[in-house]
Design a binder for this molecule. Structure first.
Ligand code: WT7
Length: 640
């Protein structure tokens, strides 16, 4: 460990720990009934729960017997108070326009859109796919869906037609909500064209609602496609919420795993709601006067939990920005913070590293004194980026909350909690599990590892926002999360605890990679490669990258008669963009005649990783053919 990462922050000097955090953590695990009941009582329940948590691994139910509604809690609760006229969403478009929706206005839009969905025949339990840019209508669509007890599946607008179609089909969505297009770096992208292409292979879709963002001249299919505004015009202004059982799914969100197919992670209503509500308070210390800006897209769990639901459940103001972080200039984000007086700001380390490269001069042009808490999410933050963020954005006065969690966990699990008690920070450590999170680091046999030793991160007890299955694939749910350590949730991450009990997340223990904060499965990219007519075999690994954290490197074996060439390399790159989406574009493609495999035929990605990062190759006794490694080495040397 570098010296720098060991230092306890000067910020903490003179701070006398009150012990409140650890006291709360202790109580939450000893008395989950009492602990979570108190928090859940701050929200509205049509019918109270009988039991806080019930079940056995891998299935648990939270707030059993209760009935509630997520959109009601996020909106109606506040509309009945002085918050009626408070800003719920402040939105800035890439070209610079601003829209403010008060709680009352947002509530009305959501009610109307809920009626639009009902009129389109959407019922409780039906799936609605949302494929939209970062506009308030994306949040309106999500809230309207849960208001009527339907289940949303938001698909990130960076996924291709194929990626979208796969997710629509898996969820068997009845309705797709989209926009004509979106801005990206000043360019107009036609989203509807992508949707039209996807819809050629999605028989479950009955209607498409199109929000007019750009005024593009797009194809509208009679009887299937409707303009958002047309439908809203005729819609009733109030929609009675559907009071759903606590365990009713509120959404599915697709994420990458270790197989070729993305998995639809299922989240419930009540547990998710309470977990997001609690962590929003503990981690971000949310207050009425805050402007909360989390830069995540609504297409990811961070967008669900800390752009839309978390802030709104608290009646707080959430900021949404539509465009690229450095457009038109590298100070766009800092200008937004200054313009609206953002007080809580949360982003991914990859963005911080990008801004570090642009230099401080872009930051210094702006008054960032409104900030009080900075968040980091989605990947490990390296100490250099941590310190830059702390010094140049937070001016050494804002704590950094390094939040560890996953699509599956629903909400933040390990993080500093200034809303309870700020513990001394160590750059690169997510500090301690939050109350109610029984995390540990164990070896292959499930035994806790000694301090400063790498092990697997597991969660030993259920937590409110936990996943409730993989859509349509209960076997995969059990296998992926609950079988490595029977009875415990396996996170897929490596971690260690230091001598003070601080948690350090050390990256994935499986074939998942994190590219610019986006989670990708190496097998998913490999299957996309082999679907190309020229490709026989493919192996994909992550390579450490100074800005993106990891970049994608592919080793390709071509079919008989195919010749390696730069054109083919370019074509394959394009192919991946089209099959999965731009997020999965490989940085390097190496052509080889064979891949390093074990005698039983498994690709040794570990060896590939070692070669590309110039590390020790490790134990090669199971390798089938030494020559394959030599070839990989040559290919890598050649391309550099
Ligand atoms: C994976 C989950 C965090 C929600 C958004 C991403 C990695 C996440 C951290 C962190 C180190 C982190 C893990 C995790 N990760 N947060 N603070 N430090 N690594 O959710 O796309 O489901 O990815 O992101 O590897 O398993 P996701």
């Amino acid at each position: 460990m570098a010296e720098e990462t060991k230092t306890v922050l000067p910020l903490a000097k003179g701070v006398v720990p009150t012990g409140k955090l650890h006291e709360m953590r202790k109580r939450a695990l000893e008395d989950p009934e009492g602990f979570w009941s108190e928090i859940a009582s701050e929200l509205y329940w049509k019918k109270g729960w009988d039991k806080v948590v019930e079940g056995e691994p891998p299935y648990f139910k939270w707030f059993v017997g209760g009935k509630t509604n997520l959109a009601y809690n996020a909106l109606d609760r506040h509309v009945k108070t002085w918050r009626k006229n408070k800003a719920a969403i402040i939105w800035e478009g890439e070209p610079g326009e601003t829209r403010v929706l008060t709680y009352y206005q947002l509530w009305k839009e959501v009610n109307k859109f809920a009626n639009v969905l009902r009129d389109l025949g959407v019922k409780k339990g039906d799936r609605v796919t949302i494929y939209m840019p970062m506009v308030p209508e994306a949040a309106i669509a999500m809230l309207a869906t849960v208001r009527i007890g339907a289940i949303h599946s938001v698909v990130f607008s960076g996924f291709s037609a194929k990626g979208l179609a796969e997710r629509i089909n898996d969820a068997q969505a009845k309705v797709v909500i989209t926009a004509d297009g979106m801005y990206r770096r000043g360019k107009k992208l036609n989203l509807k064209e992508i949707v039209d292409k996807a819809l050629q292979e999605t028989p479950s879709v009955e209607s498409v609602v199109v929000y007019n963002r750009l005024g593009l001249d797009i194809n509208m299919e009679e009887g299937r496609d409707y303009w958002w505004n047309d439908l809203m015009e005729g819609a009733e202004t109030y929609a009675e919420p559907e009071w759903v059982e606590s365990e009713h799914p509120s959404f599915i969100l697709y994420t990458s795993g270790t197989t070729g197919k993305p998995k639809g992670i299922i989240h419930d209503t009540a547990g998710y709601m309470v977990g997001v509500y609690a962590t929003m308070k503990w981690v971000f210390d949310i207050k009425d006067e805050d402007i909360h800006w989390c830069t995540a897209d609504v297409g990811w769990i961070t967008g669900h939990s800390y752009v839309v639901y978390g802030p709104l459940l608290h009646g707080a103001t959430t900021l949404m920005y539509e465009g690229a972080p450095d457009y038109p200039k590298p100070d766009r984000w800092w200008s937004i913070i200054e313009k609206y007086g953002v007080s809580i700001f949360c982003t991914a380390p990859t963005a911080i590293r990008m801004f570090m490269r642009y230099g401080e001069k872009w930051v210094e042009r702006h008054d960032l004194s409104s900030l009080r808490i900075l968040g980091s999410v989605g990947e490990p933050i390296n100490p250099e980026a941590w310190w830059w963020y702390f010094k140049h954005i937070g001016k050494e006065k804002c704590p950094i909350v390094d939040t560890w969690w996953q699509t599956e966990t629903g909400h933040i699990m390990i993080s500093p909690a200034p809303g309870i008690e700020l513990v001394p920070l160590k750059p690169g450590s997510a500090t301690f599990p939050l109350p109610g999170v029984d995390a540990d680091v164990v070896d292959d046999n499930g035994n806790p590892v000694p301090p400063n030793t790498r092990g697997y991160l597991v969660i030993k007890k259920p937590w409110p926002g936990m996943l409730h299955g993989v859509w349509g694939d209960p076997e995969r749910y059990k296998r992926t999360y609950w079988s490595k350590f029977p009875g415990w949730y396996f996170t897929g991450d490596y971690a260690m605890k230091d001598e003070d009990g601080y948690f350090w997340i050390l990256g994935r223990a499986d074939d998942v990679i994190k590219v610019a904060g986006h989670r990708l499965g190496t097998m998913e990219i490999e299957s996309a490669f082999v679907a190309h007519p020229a490709v026989a075999e493919a192996a994909v690994v992550g390579k450490p990258h100074p800005v993106k954290g990891e970049s994608i490197v592919a080793f390709i074996v071509l079919k008989e008669g195919q010749q390696p060439s730069d054109e083919l390399r370019e074509e394959l790159r394009k192919w991946i963009r089209e099959t999965i989406g731009p997020v999965a574009t490989p940085d390097e493609i190496h052509f080889v005649t064979k891949l390093p495999k074990t005698r039983s035929g498994k690709i040794m990605r570990r060896v590939l990783r070692a070669v590309i990062s110039g590390k020790e190759l490790g134990d090669l006794s199971t390798l089938e053919d030494e020559a394959s490694v030599e070839e990989v080495k040559r290919a890598v040397a050649q391309l550099r």
